[in-house]
Write a protein that binds this ligand. Structure first.
Ligand SMILES: [Fe+2]
Length: 468
């Protein structure tokens, strides 16, 4: 059975990047308002006395209960089988109404909670309404039952496709309006990643509907939810494991920040810049997340470098410099057992390679350098130039961009530099000041001869700050 965990987490979770009412762009609020009005128009026809209120109320209560149970363990996951059963049992407007109470009452972890709940209710109502109409258009019976097989499979497939398609369209819209994801990439891959898990839930919903209409009635339909509950439990275990890994990552980053003051706040910003580049390149969500980890952890190997070297005042000897330049390999050793980091591990190992082959640790050149490492190298250099240190002020973003462009094709991958430039034009950059205190080894490294011509002055060939 296809694993629904990642895509279902994504479906409703896409919108949860909204952090507060104030941070929500006006166009995103307008988009949610339009969706809410559309959802209200969809459910309005069901608000009349002759609707099948008993079935509707039972399904709505079941969905609300399931949603609360599922989201208590795993935020941003949702519970589609009951909604899809409603599509196979009720007219489109009533099926749309089934989703509304549960969506409005479901736990929401982050602010603005009201906006998120309205969005979720509107999105699911619209998707259920569209799915119900697709089901009816292909001749689906009003209440699917056993004698309708196998003919009901075609309208059921149409309903699933319409449900996933509507969610895709709406999710892409919220990515464009709320997260400013480029329109040409916002919808990329969304439908394919969601279709399989929605289809699985659709099959469960169809079974529920058939049993609901059978002589055994609604209690038998609940049996279908048992395997879905087991699936949710398994995903909850996965989620807890992932949370533990993330806590480990945070602990590692904090340890590095404490050890080397130069990197304080730097890791998080490199993670952010890596995400900007990855999104501009059109990478899917999972790769973007991996690139964020890569940026955050790129210097974790400094934990293996003696603190006296990282904080040393005065010039480093060649031997000491070689020790510091071991940090990518130390970092790779530290994280290579963390499976979900994927290609972030290669980025940690190779983030000091250069396109012209003069970097370290292996002197890889051009396309030999993993793509993730080329992303992190540019993000690392950009933040090194635009963040304030105790010994110098931050460079303005335009100056840093000019320096990156000057070194593109020699030190950095020109495609990554171009992606960062475009992302900065679109999103800007908030290089909040962090007390770097870049003394010791940073300044000592600055006193060393340049490793290669054309190097950015404070681009970290070995995290070298600007010369004073
Ligand atoms: Fe580094």
């Amino acid at each position: 059975m296809p694993d629904p965990r990642s895509s279902l987490r994504t479906w409703i979770g896409e919108v949860e990047a909204i952090s507060s009412w104030r941070s929500v762009p006006a166009r995103a609020r307008g988009y949610v308002l339009c969706a809410a009005l559309g959802g209200a128009a969809c459910v309005a026809p069901a608000l009349r006395p002759d609707s099948r209120w008993t079935v509707l109320a039972l399904l709505a209560a079941l969905y609300a209960g399931g949603e609360r149970a599922v989201r208590r363990d795993v935020a941003a996951r949702t519970f589609f089988p009951v909604l899809l059963a409603g599509i196979f049992l009720l007219p489109p407007a009533a099926a749309a109404l089934v989703a509304v109470p549960g969506a409005l009452c479901a736990p929401v972890e982050r602010q603005p909670r009201l906006l998120r709940r309205i969005w979720r209710a509107a999105q699911l109502a619209l998707a259920a309404w569209a799915s119900g109409h697709a089901y009816a258009a292909f001749g689906g019976p009003v209440a699917a039952s056993a004698p309708d097989f196998p003919y009901v499979l075609l309208p059921a497939a149409a309903a699933v496709l319409a449900f996933a398609g509507a969610l895709t369209v709406l999710d892409g819209g919220i990515l464009v309006t709320a997260e400013r994801v480029p329109a040409r990439t916002a919808w990329r891959g969304l439908l394919l990643r969601s279709l399989a898990p929605v289809a699985v839930h659709g099959l469960a919903g169809l079974m529920m509907a058939v049993l609901w209409s059978s002589p055994y009635g609604p209690p038998a339909a609940l049996l279908v939810l048992l395997p879905m509950g087991a699936s949710c439990w398994v995903f909850a275990q996965y989620h807890r494991e992932r949370s533990a890994h993330q806590a480990t990552i945070r602990a590692l980053v904090q340890a590095v920040d404490l050890k080397d003051r130069y990197t304080r706040g730097h890791s998080e910003r490199v993670g952010r810049a890596s995400v900007l580049i990855a999104r501009e390149l059109g990478m899917d969500d999972e790769r973007v997340e991996v690139l964020r980890f890569a940026g955050i952890l790129h210097d974790v190997g400094k934990l293996g470098v003696p603190t006296r070297l990282l904080r040393k005042d005065g010039p480093l000897t060649a031997q000491e410099r070689r020790v510091i330049e071991l940090h990518p390999e130390y970092g790779h050793e530290m994280v290579r057992g963390i499976g979900f980091l994927g290609e972030a591990r290669a980025a940690i190992l190779h983030h000091h390679e250069r396109i012209d082959g003069s970097g370290y640790p292996y002197g890889l050149a051009g396309a030999q350098i993993p793509e993730s490492a080329r992303v992190v190298a540019v993000a690392d250099a950009f933040d090194a130039m635009t963040s304030t240190r105790s010994y110098r002020r931050a460079r303005p973003v335009p100056a840093a961009v000019a320096e990156l462009e000057r070194c593109a094709g020699v030190q950095f991958d020109a495609a990554m530099v171009g992606a960062l430039v475009r992302a900065l034009e679109r999103h800007g950059w908030d290089s909040e000041v962090t007390a770097g205190g870049g003394t010791g080894a940073d300044e000592a490294l600055a006193a060393m001869p340049e490793q290669a011509p054309g190097a950015v002055a404070d681009v970290p060939a070995a995290h070298r700050p600007a010369r004073r």
